[in-house]
Design a protein around this ligand. Structure first.
Ligand code: G3P
Ligand code: MG
Length: 242
């Protein structure tokens, strides 16, 4: 079972920052997940939400900021255990940190309602910037249109399905949607990561990853039921006490 650092080692350092990615690498991560957005002037950046409320405490949208302005915000402000200032990194800065260690990368593209038109083309061009990067990448999005556009642009790109508010009852329709777009991975919320659900998805032929698994007990349960990978804020989760 892969142990995938989720937004870097985000249990120990401010999420989706170079500090969190450096720490994940130091802790031995080889598998990485991070969230991608685009600034007003077209720079690909790593951050979770569309706005800076939960990180810098400011009600401002990334889509409405040029990158030079985004850099002025301290996205570590929410992380009280860390008094350093951190900026939302450019995608290429984050990649520079994790690439030497990376076996597997999951770019989660935050593009609800296509708020960043053209981001798919830009990301595909980015994947061509390092030999081997395309092959090690899985592209995911909660936005199905984004997955469809990736598929139209690239028949070979590995895609992962993510579903908002999925329930056990809605799982089979979701599996159909994932199949329709040619996804190879299905990333499922821990909330409904029951053995039968995982088995249903695996039976359809998908690689199954579960987010976000932050206790050792849950991690071991996921291993037991045959999950292929877990997304965790604690890259050392399998050695934690609880
Ligand atoms: O990609 C897995 C997981 O990160 C999806 O949810 O909200 O943490 O980006 P979220
Ligand atoms: Mg994510």
């Amino acid at each position: 079972m892969k142990v995938i650092s989720h937004r870097g080692a985000s249990g120990y350092a401010p999420e989706n920052t170079l500090k969190a990615f450096r720490l994940a690498v130091e802790m031995g991560s080889k598998d990485f997940e991070f969230d991608v957005h685009q600034t007003r002037d077209g720079i690909l950046v790593v951050h979770h939400d569309f706005d800076l409320k939960s990180t810098a405490g400011q009600d401002v949208k990334i889509a409405e900021l040029d990158y030079a302005d985004l850099r002025k915000f301290n996205v570590a402000a929410h992380f009280k255990r860390d008094t350093t200032t951190q900026h939302a990194p450019r995608l290429e800065e984050a990649l520079d940190v994790i690439w030497p260690a990376a076996d597997w990368l999951n770019f989660e593209v935050k593009n609800d309602k296509n708020v960043y038109p053209g981001i798919e083309e830009k990301l595909l061009a980015f994947l061509g910037s390092k030999p081997g990067l395309f092959e090690r990448t899985v592209m995911s999005s909660f936005d199905h249109g984004t997955l469809r556009r990736f598929r139209e642009l690239s028949p070979r790109l590995k895609l992962a399905y993510l579903g908002h508010g999925l329930s056990t009852a809605l799982l089979l329709p979701a599996v159909k949607r994932a199949e329709a777009v040619g996804a190879v991975n299905f990333h499922l919320a821990l909330r409904i990561a029951f053995k039968l659900n995982v088995q249903k998805i695996k039976k359809a032929g998908f690689w199954v990853g579960i987010y976000t698994v932050n206790t050792r007990k849950d991690a071991l349960r996921m291993k037991e039921i045959g999950v292929d990978g877990i997304f965790t804020n604690h890259p050392d989760i399998l050695t934690l006490k609880s």
